[in-house]
Design a protein around this ligand. Structure first.
Ligand code: ADP
Ligand code: MG
Length: 696
């Protein structure tokens, strides 16, 4: 038996090219392969014989190939491969388009299992573009029979290849349960081996649910255990006590162009209270996009700096880090020194003056000496070889794991207070993830919670419209009017391919079309994942400063970006996005109180797609939308679009109330029982490592 840690190359037929492609999916080990779950299933459970087929049904049948041949269709210039199979009860015609290589793989006399929809064309009954595989006399098919798993993949790995790889891994790897059998059975859960086998190859829809339940429980339990263990470790330390400087805080607030909302005030107060204690703060600040979380964090950072300590703010991307740097310099730069340090950028500001030309070495030495009081960076900052003079506050922005990793890394590195290893900084995570308060408390019980509910005064609800093909023209007309009046528009295109090549091509095409037609003569920028980091920043900076009127971007555009003049959000193929995600995009326009618009474009006319988009127009609440998305999950759809983007939760959802409560109780029980605590904590790090969850 192979172990979960064994490299994926231990399977037969996996060379270096395939390994590189699998790595893109996050599959480097066998453990990662068996935990690469399908997002839906093709239902080929209806097995039938040719004599019994009905037009319109999706079926699986097994027969022998009587004839197979490929020809070129004269009119449409494509390859047509036709075959006749025979199962003893009758003959059926199969047809494939543009797969000329099929005739090399399938030969007359082969036993073939095929699955697909029965339809009718001019020549009679046919199964078009069937899934197929050769089978022996006895064994079943992996690709054409029963509920067949469908995985997300990248170009270069076919679904069939991926399915075979995962299936091989399942057969070869030792899947011993990491939890005691009694604990699992008491809770009515399936053993791990069974759950993993059935999530990939379920016998029925009910077995998908049972399998999902066990695996989701594991995710939630891990989250709880890691959270609780980290909290315990963190709380054995002390943090510097930071005094609230009321006079300066008031003065700074008076210099800002807006007044804090009551919610911002309350959250800032809670944070400043925590900072005054020696017990390290562990707090989550939650608020919808645009609710003004950064302003709250700034007040905390300001007090830390003037109190004689350092604070660091980690952003999820370089673009956001440089945006945060600029807002901090503007808002509190008069009162403290601020550094920006990312992979490609460094800047330093003192008394509100920005020095652009500081070297990395110099900046790092100023961080080490304490001359740089506030440090803005990306999460990679923690991996850099920097040390702080005396870091008293760490703020992590827009992140979905609520800092368990960062905290573990920091504890291990002891990089805050080189002279006093007992000290850790206070910790603040910020998120726009829509999660109900009671659940947040259970799910992230290791963090205290501050919530900003109300939006800054004067924000108008974004007018949201689902746009049909016919309305496109008039939509662009309105957009041109708004651009003419000095406003700005985002045009977001969906991520097509995880490798990003196709996506970049698609947005580039969209950009070229738009600038040649509807937006000809306007200043339009282009942003996608394949641009260099410097180019991305230039484009973003030009857009934020109003030098560009519109921006065509992929869905990777930075979460949380703040473009003052943006009032239009156009989303292409909107049906491909999660509803909560659409809501987050919408939150990026109209941030200065202007009337803003969100246009949802879609060619998908199915009832479900229309219903989903209509919901975005109707509800202006991320939580509500996330819930609806989950409720409307299609049959056999495991998570798909409903996913709210939690890095740790793949099968579990934030609405799995019962499982969350069960996981929390179980985690406390495990940690309270010395024997369990030991064995499971040991397994925990092992399995965490195997799945890449923990830094090695
Ligand atoms: P998020 O919570 O999404 O991180 P930001 O902190 O980026 O939100 O704030 C969004 C915008 O709203 C910023 O430009 C900020 O200056 C502004 N803002 C923050 N608080 C207020 C307020 N109380 N009134 C008006 N505008 C505000
Ligand atoms: Mg933000």
């Amino acid at each position: 038996m192979l172990s979960l840690d064994s490299p994926i190359s231990s399977l037969s037929g996996i060379g270096s090219a395939m390994m590189a492609k699998l790595a893109k999916l996050g599959i480097n080990t066998l453990g990662q392969a068996v935990q690469y779950y399908p997002f839906r299933y093709d239902n080929f459970s209806q097995q039938t014989t040719i004599s019994q087929i009905v037009v319109g049904a999706t079926v699986n049948l097994v027969g022998t190939v009587d004839i197979i041949s490929t020809k070129r269709s004269p009119r449409r210039r494509m390859y047509l491969t036709e075959a006749i199979i025979n199962d003893g009860t009758g003959q059926l015609r199969l047809i494939w388009f543009n797969q000329p290589f099929l005739t090399r793989n399938i030969h007359e006399g082969d036993r073939l299992s095929v699955a697909g929809k029965i339809s009718q064309d001019m020549l009679g009954v046919v199964m078009a573009s069937p899934q197929y595989e050769k089978v022996g006399q006895t064994e079943g098919g992996l690709h054409t029979q029963g509920l067949v798993p469908v995985y997300r993949t990248v170009s270069g790995i076919s679904t069939k290849q991926l399915r075979s790889i995962i299936d091989q891994a399942l057969k070869l790897v030792d899947l011993a349960d990491w939890l005691p059998a009694s604990m699992i059975s008491q809770r009515g859960l399936w053993p791990l081996t069974q759950a993993l086998a059935k999530i990939h190859h379920p016998d029925s829809l009910a077995s998908i649910n049972k399998a999902r339940q066990r695996l989701a429980f594991d995710e939630l339990l891990l989250l709880q255990l890691r959270g609780q263990l980290t909290r315990q470790a963190w709380l054995t330390h002390q943090a510097p006590s930071i005094q609230f400087n009321q006079a300066l805080t008031k003065q700074v607030l008076a210099s800002w162009p807006f007044q804090l909302t009551d919610d911002q005030r309350r959250c800032a107060w809670q944070i400043l209270q925590d900072l005054s204690h020696e017990q390290p703060m562990l707090r989550l600040l939650q608020g919808d996009v645009g609710s003004g979380k950064t302003a709250v964090a700034m007040l905390a950072m300001l007090n830390v700096a003037v109190g004689g300590y350092q604070a660091a703010l980690l952003a999820p991307s370089e673009v956001l880090a440089s945006q945060h740097f600029q807002s901090l310099v503007q808002a509190i730069g008069q009162h403290c020194s601020i550094g920006l340090l990312t992979r490609t950028q460094q800047a330093f500001s003192q008394s509100g003056q920005v020095i652009d030309k500081i070297t990395k070495v110099k900046l790092i030495s100023q961080i080490a000496s304490g001359d740089c009081q506030l440090v803005i960076g990306t999460q990679a900052l923690l991996q850099e070889k920097i040390s702080f003079h005396h870091l008293a506050l760490l703020v992590v922005d827009e992140q979905q794991r609520f800092g368990v990793e960062q905290r573990q890394l920091l504890l291990n590195k002891k990089l805050f207070h080189p002279n006093d290893s007992k000290l850790v900084p206070h910790f603040l995570a910020m998120t726009a993830t829509p999660i109900p308060r009671s659940l947040a408390l259970t799910l992230y019980g290791d963090l205290s919670l501050s919530v900003i509910k109300e939006m800054p005064a004067g924000r108008l609800p974004v007018i949201t419209k689902v746009i049909t093909a016919k309305q496109r023209q008039s939509m662009y007309q309105l957009v041109r009017q708004l651009l003419g009046a000095g406003q700005q528009a985002f045009i977001v295109c969906p991520l097509i391919d995880e490798s990003d090549k196709l996506t970049a091509k698609a947005v580039t095409t969209e950009f070229e079309t738009l600038t040649a037609t509807e937006l000809a003569g306007y200043k339009v920028g282009l942003l996608h994942g394949r641009l260099s980091s410097a180019d991305k920043q230039t484009v973003m900076a030009d857009f934020a400063a109003g030098r560009l009127q519109a921006l065509v971007a992929t869905a990777v555009i930075e979460l949380g970006i703040d473009v003052p003049g943006a009032t239009v959000m156009i989303i292409e193929s909107a049906e491909r996005f999660g509803l909560a995600q659409l809501h987050q995009y919408r939150g990026r326009v109209g941030r200065r109180g202007q009337q803003a618009y969100c246009f949802l474009l879609s060619d998908d006319h199915s009832d479900l797609a229309q219903k989903r988009l209509a919901a975005v127009a109707q509800y202006h609440n991320g939580q509500e939308l996330a819930k609806l998305d989950l409720a409307w999950r299609g049959p056999g759809e495991l998570y798909g679009r409903a996913q709210t983007g939690f890095a740790d939760l793949r099968l579990a959802s934030i609405f799995d109330q019962e499982l969350i409560i069960m996981a929390k109780k179980t985690a406390s029980e495990i940690l309270a029982k010395p024997a369990w605590r030991q064995t499971i904590a040991a397994r925990l790090t092992e399995s965490d490592r195997a799945s890449g969850w923990l830094p090695q």
